[in-house]
Design a binder for this molecule. Structure first.
Ligand code: ATP
Ligand code: MG
Length: 477
């Protein structure tokens, strides 16, 4: 098979010409070839194998290119990278690899193209296109990767036990590709992953999270997460999630399986947002349900306070996985904490004050929160499904209406602490907090409008009730 049309970009001719002059064979390999054959377009990152020095080839190519790009050399890995305006070219010399048990860093020696294809993780990632003159554009496919592409199968070129044990990151890559491409992991491979799951220990948390994020960003993340679950990997990475699985029954009452429910929510939200952190929020929104689960004879199963407990768990989980401990984490925590609020509104008649409170608490994240809560509707009862969605539309309208009128999003009470202190001639004290809070409450409850005059009058009233005397009267005494 010839695929000259995959390598129409003039950069490939340059590489071929330079390699020809140097007397080394060169090939395009890996993701570029795979994605072209899958008609996913021609990726911007391109991997080139040279049978010889990849670094020398990279330097030669850089010299031959008009824009004279810089070459970044990674001597330890024997690789070099060239970044042009629209491409990222990674060069490596063809190699053979052997592994030690306690590391995913192989011992490397020079090898042939076949050796190099043997060390690739999956048959669909071992596909190469020749850049040699004699067979320019020819597909070199020793493991029948094209067939696997056609049948949507993830398979390792060599014995899967060896492949996964050598570099356990490949277990996560297999699942990530399955999720991204909507492929199946071949049975032998799947079982090898299960058997080798404990090997995950030698993988850094940063790499694990990298793959998790890619799974979360795929069109249907449940494909990846259910594979992680079934292979036993998820239990090692996110036990908070696997703790949600299972259904208990007491006195004839059952609760839903919150693990599978969560995966449905993640799939739902992925239809409406590509925001990684909002997807994380969906993944973690119910984790507080495992530690808060109780059975009550009167009301059945309860998960009282799970939102609060869950949002506390988020920070421990982020710390453990080396996820960022910045505003992204705070966002996820906030989403988890507020995740049940709009639902309560949607089930009942909505009052203005409840909506004002929601807007105040969610601030700029109110839209994201609504997106999360709508994704949380997983009922299989069509009548209820319709009703809940309809109610959410009402809540959304109400939010818009209340926001336009009252401007409570991120609002600062129109009278601040300093003004209270000045008016009653107070030092910083408990009373100031009480008055401030009361003003905020009065505005949110709709007792007074969100305006200065009204807030000031309210402050004076409240102060008097607390037994405070305005400064001007104090002076008169
Ligand atoms: P994408 O860039 O879309 O994530 P990719 O297949 O290009 O997919 P890269 O991580 O860019 O993935 O790796 C490029 C190629 O290097 C792969 O196609 C594969 O042949 C090889 N490769 C990458 N990581 C491994 C690994 N851990 N074990 C074996 N081969 C690997
Ligand atoms: Mg790539």
């Amino acid at each position: 098979m010839n695929y000259k049309n995959a390598i129409e970009n003039p950069v490939f001719e340059t590489i071929a010409a330079v390699a020809g002059e140097m007397g080394v064979e060169s090939y395009v390999i890996g993701g570029f070839v795979r994605d072209f054959l899958l008609e996913r377009g021609t990726p911007k990152d391109i991997d080139i194998v040279a049978v010889g020095s990849g670094i020398a080839l990279a330097k030669g190519v850089a010299k031959a290119l008009k824009e004279q790009p810089k070459v970044s050399v990674f001597k330890n890995f024997g690789t070099a990278m060239i970044k042009t305006d629209d491409l990222e070219l990674e060069f490596v010399g063809a190699r053979k690899e052997s592994y030690h048990f306690d590391s995913r860093k192989p011992v490397v020696e020079d090898g042939s193209l076949e050796d190099d294809q043997n060390r690739r993780d999956f048959t669909i990632n071992a596909l190469a296109l020749s850049l040699k003159k004699e067979n320019y554009g020819e597909l070199l496919d020793p493991f029948n990767g094209r067939e696997d592409l056609r049948h949507k199968i993830i398979r390792t070129p060599l014995d899967p036990d060896l492949t996964y044990s050598d570099d356990p990151l490949r277990m996560l890559r297999a699942i990530r590709f399955a999720s991204q491409l909507n492929f199946r992991i071949e049975k032998e491979s799947f079982e090898a992953i299960r058997r080798n799951r404990k090997r995950l220990k030698i993988i850094s948390r940063e790499r694990i999270v990298d793959e998790l994020n890619k799974i979360l960003l795929s069109d249907k993340p449940s494909i990846g997460f259910s594979l992680l679950y079934k292979t036993g990997l998820l239990e090692m990475i996110l036990p908070e999630l696997t703790n949600l699985s299972g259904i208990e029954e007491k006195e004839g009452q059952r609760h839903k399986d919150n693990f599978w429910h969560t995966l449905e929510v993640v799939d739902n939200i992925s239809e409406n947002t590509d925001d990684l952190w909002l997807r994380w929020a969906a993944l973690l929104h119910d984790i507080g349900k495992a530690p808060t689960k109780r059975f009550d004879k009167e009301i059945g199963w309860t998960f009282h306070g799970h939102e609060f407990v869950g949002s506390k768990m988020v920070s421990r989980l982020f710390r453990r996985l080396r996820l960022p401990l910045n505003e992204k984490m705070k966002f996820v925590q906030k989403m988890v904490l507020l995740s049940s609020r709009p639902i309560v509104l949607a089930q009942d008649l909505v009052t203005d004050s409840a909506v004002r409170r929601l807007i105040f608490d969610a601030g700029d994240h109110i839209e994201d929160l609504m997106t999360l809560c709508e994704a949380d509707i997983t009922t299989k009862n069509p009548r209820r499904y319709k009703k809940y969605h309809n109610n959410f539309r009402i809540v959304r309208d109400k939010i818009r209406e209340v926001e336009e009128r009252d401007h409570v999003r991120n609002f600062q009470p129109p009278v601040d602490g300093q003004e209270i202190m000045d008016f009653f001639d107070l030092r910083p004290s408990k009373e100031i907090g009480i008055i401030k809070d009361a003003i905020k409450e009065a505005i949110l409850e709709g007792e007074i409008p969100n305006e200065y005059e009204a807030a000031r009058a309210f402050m004076i009233e409240k102060g008097k009730k607390l037994g405070l005397t305005p400064k001007e009267n104090q002076d008169k005494k």
